[in-house]
Design a protein around this ligand. Structure first.
Ligand code: F3S
Length: 711
């Protein structure tokens, strides 16, 4: 059993522009009982001959037209002058200019009107280029990078002048890119438009890939077709044995000898039935059976053909098909599209405004970016690329313009509807992006489905502006699905609540005294701060916030601060947690006692003057009291006779009360002849230690009660 693997390019055969033109010509011939075509409709003799049989006669120029005779403008288009001449003859026009080509005409016309010089990278004398030249005030045609380089050298003025560069639709990508590189180097005022038709570049790319893995590469197409010639050239770069044939008759089986893999592609002017004939001939020669793909030969990819025991039924179908009329075959190869239909195509190109899709139909498919996705900030090029397959809904078919508007997001929405219904049933959390704000709430796009989230379910505080949710990715739960009205209601809050509940449970299960948490300050009161430590709030009392004296928690924290706290105590029944914030390692009393002892001399700062003495800071957070009797070696009327606030003085530590965390200081003790100490007075604590820094006084010479500061 002999076995040859045949790989047929998906992009082989008619492009939509050619398919559209052939269909329009057939219809015109039927409608008018014959018509003329300005130049061969396509570069394929078989098709042109069959069209002639139907009454489509080919004329070389306007001068050969019969006045009043209907005229077909082929997909290459013509210049405005030709339209005028045809009109003057009173001939009805059937305009089959490819929409892609027409777009370039409009572009060069506008740029030329703006005073820009037009440069076309393409084949001189090609009908498309000749037509294009008519739409601008003269243009320079450059065929390749070599010509471009020479032209730039000879025209140094191009460095300054405004230049617009376009390409022939069937140009080779590399050729265009290399020419553009040279232009960009020299021209400071150049704008470049890559107008290579997406179907051409994807056809060439696929042909190159298939050729690289084939022993023989067959390129089917008209010999006069620039498009086919380019295709053969591209394949020759990858495969040593490239056969360029116009039809099955030209295929010499001997040329396939020894080949295990044969790749097949075809130019844009090659109809499907010719591709099928070639395919069938190869299968017959190999005594193999062909797998027939209904209506679309291009789908016969990676086909392995084997010798059958009996002729297969499909072979008979093929034979019947071969007998079918040209018109029938053409009709069969042209898919009719209807609004609302789901279609599959190949991405031909991506521009900043739309995605061009080759649907294998006579129309050019396009997806406006707004119909690709509702996801804000999405860069389409990160998701798809030319050559990828894509599915979409047909939104509008415009036969006059030869375009089909498609929508991917609508198809996504239908596809994902079921997953939304499931999410509601299973209370699953889904993700989406907030795309719209309206009166009652926000709309979230969940995989293409619009889910309304009422303001009360947005998770935002009452009266907070919904705007802050816009463009944000959010998690939500589906609350309500109204299938007939296609209405879905969701809740962001439900997710927050259930997440918080789960977190709280975990926190209560593992909480223990001393455990540290990283939490978020949720609110502040006069007596402390509430901190979320994972689904539950604990309270940090104001006294646990700082080692320094503070009056309000806001002196240390703000709502939203992320802080580290530790558990001082908790009660699972009352659900109360007491937290500590101030770092035990930073305890100023510990710092003080590890540095100083009774008898040490410290440099202290006077912080407050009272009638009975002066408070002085020894280290931050620890103050000592210098009793009035200990300020000088003589009797003084009041402390401010000697000291002032902020003053730095040396003082001796005369007593440390560890239990009450109080320190007594004396300046007098440092003088050579201290005066006798005054009589001791009654003792009274100045301030509770919990309420601020350690405030101390002289236990040996305490102030009179009436002299003590008010609490
Ligand atoms: Fe048009 Fe592209 Fe074909 S420009 S004629 S669709 S190759």
């Amino acid at each position: 059993m002999s076995q040859v693997e045949i790989e047929l390019a998906k992009t082989a055969g008619f492009c939509f522009g050619v398919r559209r033109a052939v269909k329009m010509a057939g219809e015109a011939a039927r409608q008018y009982g014959g018509c003329a075509c300005l130049g061969p409709l396509i570069h394929n003799n078989d098709v042109v001959r069959r069209l002639e049989e139907q009454g489509v006669r080919t004329v070389k120029s306007v001068s050969q037209l019969v006045p009043g005779e209907p005229v077909i403008i082929r997909s290459h288009g013509v210049g405005p002058e030709v339209y005028r001449q045809i009109q003057a003859l009173g001939c009805p026009v059937i305009d089959a200019t490819c929409p892609e080509v027409a777009r370039i005409h409009a572009l060069v016309e506008e740029k030329s009107r703006q005073g820009r010089a037009i440069v076309v990278i393409g084949q001189r004398g090609h009908p498309e280029i000749e037509a294009l030249a008519g739409w601008c005030d003269g243009c320079t045609v450059l065929e390749n990078p070599e010509e471009t380089e020479k032209w730039l050298r000879e025209h140094p003025e191009t460095a300054e002048i405004p230049l617009t560069v376009v390409s022939q639709t069937t140009g080779e990508q590399k050729n265009f890119e290399n020419s553009v590189k040279l232009i960009k180097k020299q021209c400071t005022n150049g704008e470049i438009f890559d107008t290579i038709c997406g179907t051409t570049s994807s056809r060439q790319r696929e042909a190159r890939e298939i050729a690289s893995r084939s022993d023989v590469m067959i390129v089917i197409g008209g010999r006069h077709s620039a498009n086919t010639a380019k295709l053969a050239q591209v394949c020759a770069g990858e495969c040593d044995r490239v056969l360029l044939i116009e039809n099955a008759r030209e295929l010499d089986p001997a040329e396939l000898a020894g080949a295990k893999t044969v790749g097949v592609t075809a130019g844009a002017s090659t109809p499907e039935w010719i591709i099928k004939e070639v395919n069938r001939k190869m299968c017959d020669e190999n005594k193999t059976v062909e797998t027939v793909e209904e209506n679309n030969a291009a789908e016969a990819v990676n086909e392995t053909v084997e010798t059958p025991a009996e002729p297969a039924a499909e072979t008979k179908t093929e034979a019947t098909e071969a007998e079918a009329s040209f018109e029938e075959l053409l009709e069969r190869s042209i898919k009719t599209l209807h609004t609302g239909e789901k279609v599959r195509g190949v991405i031909a190109s991506i521009t900043p405004t739309e995605i061009s899709v080759d649907l294998g139909t006579k129309q050019s498919g396009y997806i406006p970016l707004s119909e690709f996705t509702d996801e804000p900030g999405v860069n389409v090029a990160d998701i798809i690329k030319a050559g990828d397959e894509i599915e979409a809904y047909v939104m509008r078919v415009n036969d006059v313009e030869g375009t089909v508007m498609l929508s991917k997001k609508r198809l996504d929405s239908v596809k994902n509807w079921d997953s939304i219904v499931d999410a509601r049933a299973s209370h699953a959390v889904v993700e989406g992006t907030v795309v719209e704000e309206n009166k009652g709430g926000v709309v979230v796009n969940v995989k293409g489905v619009r889910v309304f989230v009422p303001a009360s379910q947005s998770g935002l505080p009452k009266d907070a502006p919904m705007t802050e949710l816009l463009k944000r990715k959010v998690k939500l739960m589906i609350r309500e699905v109204n299938q007939p009205r296609k209405r879905v209601v969701g809740s962001i809050r439900d997710v927050t609540v259930s997440e918080r509940r789960a977190k709280a449970e975990a926190t209560w299960n593992e909480i223990e005294v001393g455990k540290r948490y990283h939490g978020v300050v949720k609110s502040l009161t006069s007596y402390g701060a509430f901190v979320d430590i994972g689904g539950v709030d604990g309270m940090v009392h104001v006294s646990e916030l700082s080692w320094k004296r503070i009056h309000q928690p806001s002196e240390v924290l703000s709502v939203g601060d992320e802080i580290d706290v530790y558990v001082i105590s908790f009660d699972k029944e009352t659900k109360k947690i007491s937290l500590g914030y101030k770092d035990p390692n930073e305890n100023p009393w510990v710092k003080f006692t590890s540095t100083y002892s009774v008898g040490s001399v410290a440099s202290v700062r006077i912080v407050k003057l009272m009638t009975f003495g002066a408070f002085a800071e020894i280290v931050p957070g620890v103050d000592g009291l210098i009793h009035i009797s200990q300020i000088a070696d003589r009797r003084i009327g009041k402390p401010e006779d000697v000291l002032s606030e902020g003053q730095i003085v040396d003082a001796k530590i005369t007593n440390i009360d560890n239990e009450n965390k109080k320190v007594s200081l004396s300046i007098r003790a440092l003088s050579e002849h201290p005066a006798p100490a005054p009589e001791p007075k009654a003792v009274k604590p100045v301030e509770d230690e919990d309420d601020g820094p350690v405030v101390v006084y002289d236990t040996e010479n305490p102030p009179a009660p009436e002299d003590l500061p008010e609490e």
